[in-house]
Design a protein around this ligand. Structure first.
Ligand SMILES: CC(C)(COP(=O)(O)OP(=O)(O)OC[C@H]1O[C@@H](n2cnc3c(N)ncnc32)[C@H](O)[C@@H]1OP(=O)(O)O)[C@@H](O)C(=O)NCCC(=O)NCCS
Length: 169
């Protein structure tokens, strides 16, 4: 198990095959995927195969990470960075089990992911995209000091683009 970073309450680690269970159940909740453009996995095996074949750590040295509670090791959701190769931009993303919403976990994990991206990976700028209706997601970006860039279409939905720049770059 490779731990990437720690915060007060959380640690973020690389995915392991058993996270397929959590990916399956996360995406199986229509409320969780409502503003993501994703679908539910067809089966636990499909979700597990997705994790086993997740290419980003080897390809880029970073990716999305599992967010776990230090106190219990419970898997709460995922958060982290993704190189969007088609546009050469690095995106911040997050997704948590619905029963964990509103406890500040997304903000805590997102802030730490950005800090890691800037200090350890020397990334110049990180982008965040959210459907206009996804108020919680936009709130998290704002709390992490992301600034509004422009309105966009994201998976054919009205959305917003935010970004944060590395002040060392
Ligand atoms: C978006 C998501 C990750 C936020 O996770 P979280 O752990 O609840 O986030 P936090 O608790 O750190 O912060 C959420 C903030 O949004 C606010 N919020 C939540 N729902 C809101 C709403 N409908 N309108 C306005 N603000 C809202 C909360 O009050 C909180 O702000 P506060 O701390 O100032 O009170 C979570 O809702 C989620 O997993 N959603 C489904 C997946 C998803 O949409 N991911 C993002 C795709 S771009």
């Amino acid at each position: 198990m490779k731990i990437i970073l720690e915060t007060k309450r959380l640690y973020l680690r690389e995915f392991i095959p058993s996270d397929g269970f959590h990916f399956y159940h996360l995406n199986n909740n229509p409320e969780v995927i409502k503003y993501t453009g994703n679908s539910a996995f067809c089966s636990l095996k499909e979700a597990t195969d997705f994790i086993i074949n997740y290419p980003d750590y080897k390809a880029h040295g970073f990716g999305r990470w599992a967010v776990c509670l230090k106190e219990t090791d419970a898997f709460l959701g995922w958060c982290g960075l993704k190189l969007e190769t088609a546009i050469n931009e690095i995106d911040l993303g997050f997704r948590f089990y619905q029963n964990e919403w509103g406890k500040g976990y997304a903000t805590e994990a997102a802030e730490a992911s950005v800090k890691y991206g800037f200090s350890k990976l020397n990334i110049n700028e990180i982008f965040g995209r959210a459907y206009l209706e996804n108020k919680a997601s936009i709130k998290v970006l704002k709390k992490c000091n992301f600034k509004f860039v422009k309105k966009i279409n994201y998976d054919a939905n009205p959305a917003v683009l935010y970004s944060i720049k590395n002040d060392r770059s």
